[in-house]
Write a protein that binds this ligand. Sequence first.
Ligand SMILES: Nc1ncnc2c1ncn2[C@@H]1O[C@H](COP(=O)(O)OP(=O)(O)O)[C@@H](O)[C@H]1O
Ligand SMILES: [Mg+2]
Length: 246
Amino acid sequence: MSENLIEQHLKALSLHRINETYKIEAENAAKAKIGYQDYLQRLLEIEIISKIERSINRKMQIAGFPQIKKLEEFDFSYQPKINEKLIRELSSLNFLEEAKNILFVGAPGVGKTHLAISLGVKAVHERKRVMFFTAENLTLQLASAEVSGNLNRTLESLSRVDLIIIDELGYLSLTKQTAKLFFQLISKRYESGSIIITTNKPFEEWGEIFNDDIVASAILDRLLHHSYPFLINGKSFRMKNIVKNN
Ligand SMILES: Nc1ncnc2c1ncn2[C@@H]1O[C@H](COP(=O)(O)OP(=O)(O)O)[C@@H](O)[C@H]1O
Ligand SMILES: [Mg+2]
């Protein structure tokens, strides 16, 4: 078989990585006296690894994390009120199978977004579909979907995502109308898909976020029913060096 035909077939089968490497791997196999089956096995493994990497990269792009944060970079000794053991358990991602939610509540700088992103990144590495939004952004997207008559389709597609992260809920208040859209999303995912929320507002003040106590308590009810709430009342990490230098 000519190389040209091999390359055409590999292309037709979308085995791009094998296409790039089969010649050099064949030379290496000949030098190392590796048999046909082992050579084939190696090529297949190379292709699988490359396909997994590409799928993870695509999922990372879709997730839209504002930065990449890792749990390994999180200094738990700086925030001793956080239940480290529980966070580590959550990083095994069982909460996704159980459609449980995670809420990080606390003042600015205590690491809420860091923890949320870390869990999201971990989920992408396990090939889950994740989407990161700021509360403001999500609200805008829901509102514009409603205006253009696409609300149901948008809610449907959001309900197929394995994990939705909503960051910075509470920095801006929602109107009564957008609060209802937010409620629809939370209802749609209730007991079917996980949400991670970060907020600076304690639950008692959520009526202010949504401009409506009844909608706020309906949202909280569903979010908290199967959830892991973390109330983080430690020092801001952003102040760490400032405090040290004084
Ligand atoms: N305990 C921690 N260990 C390491 N880095 C931290 C810790 N807490 C916060 N940070 C870092 O400090 C900055 C602010 O944290 P962030 O998660 O954005 O806070 P929040 O969302 O609570 O306002 C980020 O760069 C984050 O990575
Ligand atoms: Mg934050």
